[in-house]
Design a protein around this ligand. Structure first.
Ligand SMILES: Cc1ncc(COP(=O)(O)O)c(C=O)c1O
Length: 437
C-alpha cells in the first residue's frame, strides 16, 4: 500500500526521539505500519493524509482540542485578524484581560486568572500556586495530569502508581529522586483511598488535584466529600478541566455538579486547535502566584486568547455541549447494539462527548487493532474512543455506524475462527508508554 505517512514516520523515529511530540499521537498506538500518521489537511471532521486519501475522524479530533471541528472558519478568521494586527509585541495584548473576565463570568466562584499555552504546564502552574499558598509540598491526585516532574514523581516509589491513571508505564527517568513521596495517587470514587493518604501525611498536603469527571460519573456525595476534606486539611482543591471542560456545559464540568474548587485549569478545547490554557481561581489562592516566579514569553502572544474568545463565544451561542452529548450518546448506543447484535463482549465508559469502549477478550488489543485496520479501509480514523465535535453530523454517525456494524460482524467471525492475528496486515498496536525499538 502507498503510505507516505509511514515512510515519513520511519524517518521521524531516527530524527525525533519517540517519533512524535505527543505520546498519544504515536502511530504505533493505533495501527503499526499502516496508520496514515501525518495529515496534509483537516477541515470539519475530514482529514487528508499525505497520499491524498480522505478519512472521517471518528477518533480523537486532535486529542480533544478541536471541539468545534478542524479549521473552524470563525475561530480561524479571528486568529487571522490577530496575526494581521501583530501576534506579538513589547506591550501586552488586551484580549487576555477580556478572556480573564469572560472565564470569571462563566465561573462566578473564580476571581482571578493566569494563562499558559498547554494543559500540562497549566497544571504545573496550579500545583506551584498551591504549594506557594499553603507552604506545603505534597500533592494528592487522581487521573492523568501531564508530563511534568511533580506528576511523574508519583512513580519514584517501588510500584508503578500511575498505572490505572490513563497512561500506563510512565517512567520517571530524569525526575529527581528527591521528589519521592511528594505525589500520591488515589482512584476516582474511592474516597477511603484519599482519606488514608491524608491521614498518613498530616499537615503536609498542599493540594488535592483531580478531574471532576471523566470515565465515570461521581458517586453520590463523592465530590462533596473531597471538597470537605480539602477545606478541612487546608489544601487547595484543583479541578483539572483540561479534557472535561466545555464538553458538558459552557465551562468546567464541575459547574454541573455544583462543587466549587479553589482552582480550575483549562486547555485543549478552549481554543479549538490554537495553543491556550487558563488557570482560574479564588483570589485568596491565586494571589500566591505573585509570590512565586511564573513567567514565560509566549504566554503573552495574541493568537491563543483571541482564538479562545472566539471559540467560547461560538460554543455558547450554539449550545455546543447539547450537540456533543447527543452525538456521543448515539455513538455509544451504536457500539452497544452492534456488539450485542454480533455477540461481541465490549465495555463502554466515558461521558458521552468523550466515549470509550474496550473489547473484553484476552487478545483485546489485537482485536482493537483489527477494528482500526478495517475501519481505516472503510475511510474512518477510528479506535476505541470517540471524541465528539460540533462538526460531527448525523450523516457521519450513520455511515460510521454502518461501518462499525460490518466490522463487528467481521471481528465476531474472526474470533470464532481464531483468525484475528492472521487478518492483521501489521503488528498489534502498542499499549502503554515505552521506548520505541
Ligand atoms: C486531564 C488532563 N490533564 C492534563 C493533560 C495534559 O495536557 P497537555 O497534553 O496539553 O499538556 C491532559 C492531556 O491529555 C489531560 O487529559
Amino acid at each position: 500500500m502507498n503510505n507516505k505517512g509511514q515512510s515519513l514516520y520511519r524517518k521521524a523515529k531516527l530524527r525525533i526521539p519517540g517519533g512524535t511530540q505527543l505520546f498519544s499521537k504515536r502511530p504505533d498506538l493505533f495501527l503499526p505500519e499502516q496508520w496514515p500518521s501525518y495529515y496534509s489537511k483537516a477541515k470539519g471532521v475530514d482529514v487528508w493524509d499525505l497520499d491524498g486519501n480522505k478519512y472521517i475522524d471518528m477518533s480523537y479530533m486532535g486529542l480533544g482540542a478541536c471541539i468545534l471541528g478542524y479549521a473552524d472558519s470563525d475561530v480561524d478568521n479571528a486568529a487571522k485578524a490577530a496575526i494581521k494586527s501583530g501576534s506579538m509585541c513589547t506591550l501586552n495584548c488586551p484580549e487576555e484581560v477580556e478572556l480573564a473576565d469572560l472565564l470569571c463570568e462563566l465561573h462566578p466562584w473564580a476571581d482571578m486568572v493566569r494563562f499558559a499555552r498547554t494543559g500540562g504546564e497549566a497544571i504545573a502552574i496550579a500545583v506551584r500556586i498551591a504549594r506557594a499558598r499553603t507552604k506545603k509540598d505534597k500533592i494528592i491526585f487522581c487521573g492523568y495530569h501531564g508530563w511534568h516532574d511533580w506528576y511523574l514523581a508519583a512513580n519514584l516509589g517501588e510500584v508503578d502508581v500511575l498505572d490505572g491513571h490513563l497512561i500506563p508505564g510512565l517512567k520517571p527517568a530524569g525526575v529527581p529522586r528527591a521528589l519521592k513521596n511528594t505525589a500520591f495517587a488515589f482512584h476516582y470514587n474511592k474516597i477511603n483511598e484519599l482519606k488514608t493518604i491524608v491521614s498518613s501525611n498530616k499537615g503536609e498536603i498542599a493540594a488535592i488535584l483531580m478531574e471532576p469527571v471523566r470515565n465515570y460519573e461521581p458517586e453520590l456525595g463523592f465530590l462533596e466529600e473531597v471538597r470537605r476534606i480539602a477545606t478541612d486539611i487546608k489544601a487547595v482543591l484543583i479541578f483539572d478541566e483540561v479534557s472535561s471542560g466545555w464538553r458538558l456545559t459552557a465551562g468546567g464540568a464541575h459547574l454541573l455538579y455544583r462543587v466549587t474548587p479553589d482552582i480550575a485549569v483549562f486547555a485543549k478545547a478552549m481554543s479549538n486547535g490554537y495553543p491556550m490554557a487558563a488557570i482560574i481561581g479564588i483570589a485568596d489562592v491565586m494571589g500566591a502566584a505573585q509570590d512565586s516566579f511564573i513567567s514565560s514569553t509566549y504566554w503573552t502572544e495574541r493568537i491563543g486568547p483571541t482564538a479562545a474568545l472566539s471559540t467560547i463565544r461560538k460554543h455558547k451561542r450554539n449550545n455546543v455541549p447539547e450537540h456533543l452529548i447527543k452525538m456521543g450518546k448515539r455513538v455509544q448506543s451504536e457500539w452497544k447494539s452492534a456488539a450485542e447484535h454480533h455477540g461481541l463482549r465490549i465495555s463502554i465508559s466515558g461521558i458521552p462527548p468523550l466515549g470509550h469502549f474496550s473489547f473484553d477478550y484476552e487478545n483485546g488489543q489485537a482485536i482493537r487493532t483489527l477494528f482500526t485496520q478495517e475501519m481505516l479501509h472503510k475511510g474512518f480514523l477510528a479506535t476505541d474512543s470517540f471524541y465528539a465535535s460540533y462538526a460531527h453530523q448525523n450523516y457521519h454517525i450513520e455511515s460510521y455506524s454502518r461501518a462499525v456494524d460490518e466490522t463487528f460482524a467481521f471481528i465476531a467471525k474472526a474470533i470464532e475462527g481464531n483468525k484475528i492475528n492472521k487478518l492483521l496486515k501489521g503488528p498489534v498496536a502498542h499499549s502503554g508508554f515505552h521506548r520505541l525499538a
